[in-house]
Design a protein around this ligand. Sequence first.
Ligand code: GLU
Length: 417
Amino acid sequence: MEREILNPLENAQLQIKKACEALNLHPSIYKLLKEPKRLVEISIPVKMDDGSIEVFKGYRSLHNDALGPGKGGIRFHPNVTADEVKALSIWMTFKGCVAGVPFGGAKGGVTVDPKKLSMTELERLARGYVRELYDYLGEKIDIPAPDMGTNAQIMGWMIDEYMNISGKSDTGTFTGKPIEFGGSKGRVEATGFGVAIIARETIKKLGLKMENTTFTLQGFGNVGSYTAKYVQDMGGKVVGIALRDCAIYNPKGLDYEDMVKHLKTNKNLSNYPKADKIPLDEFWELNVDVFIPAAIENAIDAEIAKKINVKLICEGANGPTTPDGDTILKERGIVVTPDILTNCGGVIVSYFEWVQNLYKHFWFSDEVVARQEVAMVNAFNDIWDVVEKYKVTFREAAYMSSIKKLEEVMRLRGWIQ
Ligand code: GLU
């Protein structure tokens, strides 16, 4: 095998290319979609608590806005690069199509380890990001949200900074805000809840039952932890979780509430007493039904794809499978529900939040949950129909159906012939 593609931008471009070829689209469509419409690169000076100045690199990429304003999170992570942000913005375009929300794709990021900053430094960084990018953001231009390393509090600082500059109450410019200030009920849980719904629907199609299904996860952050909660609520059993350098495993099941309680006092799951600590090598070979990557890109490369011992993979993270990894999984008959379908619950409830902000009318929690459930099941069924009709993988189906939708809109808008 040649060099593995590990650059997420190359991975995203390859996915678009394959779908354009499968649909026999004019080469100009690929040209239009392979690069973002714009990438803004900024330097954010931050006064640190000790009086020194640090300058952080930040980005915002707007990939395509045919369907509506840009939408996508802001990532604070030491590995953030321009290419990663571009790839993530591409995935957001297709995720929006799959989710059926009227948004284009965008993404932002800052190259920083947020755990190394104090709260006051983090706040100054968040506000600095908004000041530098103010002209490119807006509730009808480009709407950020949380992603890896950011959360509702950071969105709270960001929207405050934005409104200080605009002088208007345009709270719909950010989603994933605190509920007390314009946020939507159900947004924090939305991505994990959606992952569990997609897993449940796929399990049904595979002729399995949630009650007899075992799961492993990678990551226990926002997405991983809420996925574990809802999988457990739906009757599934989470038996293992991969962390950064090791994994925890208990064949009898890991209880969500108990792990959250442990994390509150210990800050770390690797010393969770009701599970065995196992090396990652052993984790990958565990014989379970479903694996849910919910952490980083490129988690399932060719090597892991060869040894992973599962029937189904539901991608909670963005871009967790390399193209080579994907080919091997396909050859091995392992079903994969792709990120742009599996984790679209976040952007669905972000859409609900945006609507609530524009109307200044807020929904009850059960309304949000019920609407998300319907939206996710519809998105799943649409992709499933393509899987059945064309005998393709879920990923191929998700790209084919979203690129088709985008192509139609771009044609109607006169962007292409
Ligand atoms: N960051 C999330 C994602 O990758 C949410 C994006 C949003 O809500 O705009 O889907």
